[in-house]
Structure formats: C-alpha cells, structure tokens
Ligand binder design. Sequence first.
Ligand code: UVW
Length: 317
Amino acid sequence: MADAPDMTEVLADAPKNWGKWGEDDEVGALNYLTADEVMRGVQHIRQGQVFTLQRLIGDPKGDPVWPGRSPAVRTMLLDESTWDSAEAPQFPGGLHYADDKIDAFLQGSTQYDALGHVWYDGQIWNGYDARSTVGGMAKASVEPIAQRGVVGRGILLDMARFRGKDTLDKGETFTHEDLVACAEAQGTRIEQHDILVVRTNFLQLFFDQGEAFYEGFNEPGLVYSPELVRWFQDMEIPNLVTDTIANEVTYDPNNGTALPLHCALMRNLGVTLTEICDLEKLAESCAADGQYTFLYAAAPLKVHRATGSPVNPLAVK
Ligand code: UVW
C-alpha cells in the first residue's frame, strides 16, 4: 500500500462541515440530534425491549482490537484472600471488600471515537491544529461528546442478512446505495438524522479463528466515494455505529489508502464513529418482528482530553 495516493489528494474535493456549528464546535454532526430528534427516537419504542450493544471487556473468548492495540487487562487488587494476611487493612465492624483496575486502550473495546481521533494534513475536525493532540486532546476530545450524550432514532441495517451471509467477508465493501437497498428490503427507510447501526457480523470470525483472524487484516465495510460522502452530508447523519473494529473497509480497494472514511466523515463532516458493537441480539429481534428502528442512546465516559472512550450503547424498541 506504499504507493497509495496522499489522503489530501484523494479527498481534494470532499466537502467539509468546518465552521457550520461555530469556530469552537467539538461535537460536529451530533448537533443534528436536537430535542425533536430525541422525541422522534422515542416514538420507536413500541415494546419496552432493551438491547445493550457493548461487547464484553475481558471476554474469556478474547477481545477483538485494532492491530497494534492490546485488549484490556483487569487486575484484582483486593479480594477475600487479602485478609489471609495480617497486614490487610482493618475496618471497624470487620468490613472486607473487593477492588480491581483495568489497563486499557480507550479505543480497545466498544467505543466512541473523539472527532479529533483521526486526521491528515495537519488539521483535525473543524480545522483545529493537529498539534492540539500532543499530550492529550486539547480540542475535539471525547469529553464534549460524553457531556452531551447521543440520543436519537437508530436504524439497524443488517448487511450480512441482506447479502444472505452469516458474516461479510474480509475486504467486502458496500456503498450508501447498498444501505438504502438494505433498508428497503427490511421494509424501512433511512431518514435524515438517523443514527446508522450497520451489522456485518465480521467479528464472529475473530471468535471462530482466534489469532488467524488478524492475518491479512482487512475488515469489510463502507467504501469511500465522493457520492457516499455527499449522501452522508445531505442526510445529515450524526453517528455511524458498526460491529467492526474500524467502521469501514480497512484498505480502500480503489486507491489503497487506509481508513479514508475516517477522514472524510469524521475529520471533514464531523460524523461520530462508534465501533466494535455487538449487534447480534438486536439483529435477531429485528429479523423476528420486522421492527428495525428504535431509540438509540449512548454516553461515552467523561475522560478529560481522551481520544475515545468505552461505551455501552442502548437500543430500545
Ligand atoms: C483507528 O483509528 C486506527 O482505528 P479506530 O477508529 O478503530 O479506533
């Protein structure tokens, strides 16, 4: 992929939403999720069924992560065995308790990416200097997203089911037109300001294959085109949520670049990305009752100057 063109060249004519919500904006397209959008989402609660979309951290079967990151390590610090020792802390009344900690990549589990997480050409979302990331995100960190929360109408787009597959294949691509066709096949329609929740079930292969999963790593997903970016802009999509590690085909088959949609959607349009979700129970339910729309609600953790944060999004039908 060394001869891939520069991202600046690939996205030379790509649209930007910089300045649209003011010079100080740090949440981008989440601004589309007004109180009216929350109420529109609420109208899709029909049965009171709640689905949690986070993958387990510390799954005994393994935690899928972007190559180069490592899964969270949870360490037990205090438990009943602590009190086998005479040096154990003593509390009036004989209180014992358990304590633990995790050492984790903030992008190493189901997560929200901060808008400043990815960039090219020395500028992050809204035109902030990429130097503002040094030593911690002074701009467009995950904190402003965590402060506002993300609530609106979610729509599941079950691409694996639409293509008649258990899981999409390594490097398999789809476009915004495929998302629209998938919605139609489900008897639904993508509306402006919808939170798109896209299922590939690709991470099933991580659990089936173990470490071999990472050989020739190239996830399936949306593929960059100027038309796709324009569609996201026209549809005013606030948030793209998927069950893959990085939300798009890893290497664009047309130009060889890595993750150009992170650049075109997140950096340029301010679309928030949510990754590594577990959509299996939600998808089963949607296929069974034909209801693919729901209230989507998520709040990443409020971590100061962080590039992302673990999250447990909810879909309520
Ligand atoms: C990268 O940005 C490399 O990955 P992700 O968006 O999955 O955190």
